[in-house]
Design a protein around this ligand. Structure first.
Ligand SMILES: N[C@@H](CCC(=O)N[C@@H](CS)C(=O)NCC(=O)O)C(=O)O
Length: 204
């Protein structure tokens, strides 16, 4: 990407977009990202031709290559500039970070599935779907409580913070903090870092 600008299909409320922006801020390259928002008339056709899955985030590099999804984009950003990478290069730190990225992404996926059901009639099948997705999040919270991620900013801690922030944003009626003092304190600490404070979701 050199010093050129890349384009990012962007949504302020997407926790996956938040991951990308937090990585960019942490690495000091956020100023080189031009955000494309759905306010632009040609946003949707452009997004469809860049990402057949029609999801954000999607990044267009200065070579015109379209990249998705958030793990791929975040890894791409690590290849730009000289700052400390968000993906540790090897050893236990790498596997912990990748695992926490997968866990956080999975928590957000479960939340998004439930969000997609909002407003639909709550029959037995849908109740089961909500319960199964909610249980994935509940078990993940318990696993994090038993073994919290470290407080270093990397792709793992960024993704878990994005997932917890999304719970506050979209599922405030199902508070996650009770029974999870360790992860509550960890989250508060992480939210003091610039890249996560600056990308906090809008008020619920
Ligand atoms: N695994 C993808 C998930 C992206 C995703 O689901 N984005 C949502 C917004 S939060 C989206 O664009 N949904 C539109 C759709 O599924 O059609 C990633 O990590 O980037």
């Amino acid at each position: 990407m050199g010093n050129a600008t890349v384009k990012l299909f962007y949504a302020a409320t997407s926790p996956y977009v938040r991951k990308v922006m937090a990585c960019a801020i942490a690495r000091g390259i956020d100023g080189r990202i031009e955000r494309l928002t759905s306010a632009a008339a040609d946003y949707q056709p452009q997004l469809l031709s860049a990402n057949p899955l029609s999801k954000v985030p999607c990044l267009i590099t200065d070579d015109g290559l379209s990249l998705f999804d958030s793990p791929v984009i975040c890894e791409y950003l690590d290849s730009v500039g000289d700052a400390q990478p968000m993906f540790p290069s090897s050893g236990g730190a790498r596997w912990r970070a990748l695992k926490h990225q997968a866990m956080g992404d999975g928590m957000m996926d479960a939340c998004l599935i439930r969000r997609g059901e909002v407003g639909k009639p709550m029959d037995a099948g849908r109740e089961d779907l909500h319960a199964k997705q909610a249980a994935k999040v509940a078990r993940s919270l318990d696993a994090l409580e038993a073994s919290a991620p470290h407080k270093v900013i990397d792709i793992g801690s960024i993704t878990i913070t994005a997932a917890l922030g999304y719970l506050d944003f979209r599922f405030a009626v199902e508070p996650w903090r009770p029974g999870h003092p360790v992860i509550t304190a960890w989250y508060a600490e992480m939210m003091k870092t610039l890249c996560l404070a600056q990308t906090a979701p809008p008020p619920a």
